[in-house]
Design a protein. Structure first.
Length: 499
């Protein structure tokens, strides 16, 4: 009869252990269907389907060996990235902790004791022993106690609490892995943007230097004419003021360049004082960037993957909160040896053991379990809203990037024409001044206009490169959500023998 009852109990546990309470996870729909194509047309011919952003090293699309070298330094030495990798290692270890509850827990607690009992110890309510008509006294005693006990505990995962914990741990692990990729994408994009901005400042510095050159020639000309009595002192002072102002712009450009150089040094893991980038004016143009279709962004953005895995984690938390309404069954046992003499400790007669089970069923909890379940559901709904907001933001950032490049391409085209027009205007103004037709103020105005247009053209080129960087970042930098699928833990049989 006992064997039948035990067999029935084991069969029942095996049947119910396949039950997992709580909602099954499925990715919620995006806030709106992804459009078939991007709203804004890019200012370049779309790349062939076989072309793509280089995975892992997306910056190689710009074909700049110096940028590539700095990016490699960042991957090796950036401390924010090192910290993100350490967080991933921590998440892996925490995920493995969750699998420990799948297996029985075995403990040993051997002890040795020699003790003396008091001759005046209380009898704890027992009647004194009467022998031969007299009451026997309590005598002191000394004894040894040797014990080697083992205890075994195992939670029967009838309603999936342990499995939900493993599910939540894996979702959290994958979220951390996606977060690492997002940190890397943000840092590498910041480095590329700073690099191209610095190169734009080099080009702008070169433009201002050229302006200083022809303004000095203009000052020499006015001084020569002033000495000959042709020009007046006002014209000399006006040209000198323009020259001094332009030289001041050189100093300000150097200051701004130094700040970007310092920022790059920190990104590549070096002290700001130890890194010096050689001057190299920007001459690049944005490459065609393969956009794909809008729905691709859902799989290519690591921040969206982080938000999606957070939803999976919160869904598992709902399941864990639901299991609190069901019995918590623990199987346990203990055994070992106990003896007053160490020489007989391992004898068969010294063997001790016990087996049992414990079923903890909550009855009245003052609403605690209901409140925990409601909080878990609210946290899940919050994660859904955050996910949908991430999707909307991603679409916005890509559209902004395409629109920016389109606008900047048009502006740069017209601004290049403005630079050429300004050059001709300066030549005409110089000739008319030398011929005595116009005052020197026309020359100064032409000089200022040319410098302003040249600087704006250079700035537009730099903005183009930075916008291209941020567009690649908005597209996910060649990353794919499948790259975090391997980041998960499973209970392994070998764990049963591990501490």
């Amino acid at each position: 009869m006992r064997r039948a009852a035990l067999s029935f109990t084991i069969a029942l546990l095996g049947l119910v252990s396949g039950c997992t309470v709580g909602p099954r996870y499925s990715r919620p729909a995006a806030p709106a269907p992804a459009p078939d194509a991007w709203k804004t047309q890019p200012p370049w011919e779309l790349a062939a389907p076989k072309d793509s952003i280089p995975k892992g090293a997306w910056w190689q699309i710009f074909k700049d060996p110096e940028l590539d070298a700095y990016e490699q330094q960042l991957l090796q030495a950036n401390q924010s990235l090192v910290a993100a990798r350490d967080r991933l290692n921590e998440a892996r270890s925490l995920a493995r902790i969750s699998t420990a509850d799948v297996f029985p827990q075995l403990f040993a607690d051997p002890s040795a004791l020699r003790e003396r009992g008091s001759g005046n110890r209380p009898l704890n309510g027992a009647e004194p022993t009467i022998m031969n008509g007299s009451v026997t006294s309590v005598r002191p005693f000394t004894q040894n106690v040797f014990i080697v006990p083992f205890s075994l505990n195992y939670e029967a995962d009838l309603f999936g609490r342990v499995r939900r914990n493993v599910e939540a741990a894996n979702a959290s692990l994958q979220s951390t892995a996606a977060d690492l990729q997002n940190v890397q994408l943000v840092l590498t994009a910041e480095l590329a943007a700073d690099y191209f901005t610095l190169r734009e400042l080099d080009a702008e510095y070169q433009v201002v230097q050229e302006s200083v050159g022809y303004q000095r020639k203009g000052l020499d000309l006015v001084n020569y004419r002033h000495e000959g009595g042709i020009a007046n002192g006002l014209e000399v002072a006006q040209q000198a003021a323009v020259l001094d102002s332009t030289v001041s712009q050189l100093a300000l450009l150097q200051q701004t360049r130094a700040q970007f150089e310092h920022a790059i040094a920190v990104l590549v893991g070096q002290p700001a004082s130890s890194l010096s980038l050689p001057v190299a004016p920007l001459q690049a143009t944005p490459p065609p960037i393969p956009l794909g279709v809008p729905s691709d962004v859902l799989e290519r953005r690591p921040d969206i993957a982080t938000a999606e895995r957070t939803m999976a984690f919160q869904n598992a938390q709902v399941g864990i909160a639901r299991t609190a309404f069901y019995p918590h069954i623990t199987l346990g046992g203990s055994g070992g040896w106990q003896s007053a003499d160490i020489t007989s400790l391992l004898n068969a007669s010294s063997l001790i053991w016990s087996v049992g089970a414990d079923a903890l069923q909550p009855i009245f909890q003052g609403g605690r379990n209901r409140a925990n379940l409601a909080a878990a559901r609210a946290a899940y709904e919050q994660s859904v809203a955050n996910y949908r907001q991430s999707v909307l933001t991603a679409f916005q950032q890509v559209e902004d990037g395409i629109s920016n490049l389109n606008t900047l391409a048009q502006a740069l085209s017209t601004q290049s024409a403005a630079v050429e027009d300004s050059r001709r205007a300066l030549t005409i103004a110089n000739n008319r001044y030398v011929g005595g037709v116009t005052p020197y103020l026309d020359v100064i105005t032409a000089q200022t206009t040319l410098l302003s247009n040249q600087r704006l053209a250079t700035q537009l080129l730099g903005q183009q490169m930075v916008s291209a960087v941020f567009l690649v970042k908005a597209l996910g930098g060649g990353w794919d959500a499948s790259e975090i699928n391997h980041e998960q833990v499973h209970p392994q049989p070998g764990q049963i023998l591990q501490q």
